[in-house]
Design a protein. Sequence first.
Length: 217
Amino acid sequence: MGSFQVLEGALVETPTADARGMDRRAFGEFVGPHGELASYAFGWMSGSDPHVARLSVGIGAGNPGGGTFHAVIFANEDGHAFSLVDEPFERVPQGGPDLTAEQSRAHEDLPFVWWVADHVMQHDRRAWWMRHWLLGTVCIQTPEVFERHEPVLFVSHDADDGVWQLIGASDASGSNGKVGHLHHFADEDPSLIDVLDLPPGRSVVRAGIGQPWTGHV
């Protein structure tokens, strides 16, 4: 199969109505190996419960049969799953009319839409951030990082238990780690989203905020 592109677009962040979190909406474009075009938007509201995200995928703007498919994204075992819904989420450039869940299920291009959705979740960095919010990924931080006294300079994803570790300039000792959720640290420092797809058994380090991450096996 030929190459494809997931092109990240705008990220829109606004405080939630109760001001306890952020409503985040990420937009982008998908180009398939044969020039197939789709546009997408996904979003989540930090501070909300339960953790359910939203997705819109639009195809075939201006063409008969074109439309915008809408779904929710939720945690499912160790990963995530999609479910079609009637309620529209976002307008996207390639989208035609909003399709209901029943119309979407009957649409001949639904397999392509799910293919686009899978690639977006794998390759859009904002989707990695959202996925950690969905799954409630646990991380351990040094006290200095936890108290926001030091930026995160070292990130590791343990192969044995899947736990993430966030360490600053100070050495980490085994007894004083603080437990938290990984997505909160991306909320505080969006530069972390570049490494939120770190595979188990890998770690990365940087000299400071804004400096490039380099990897270690």
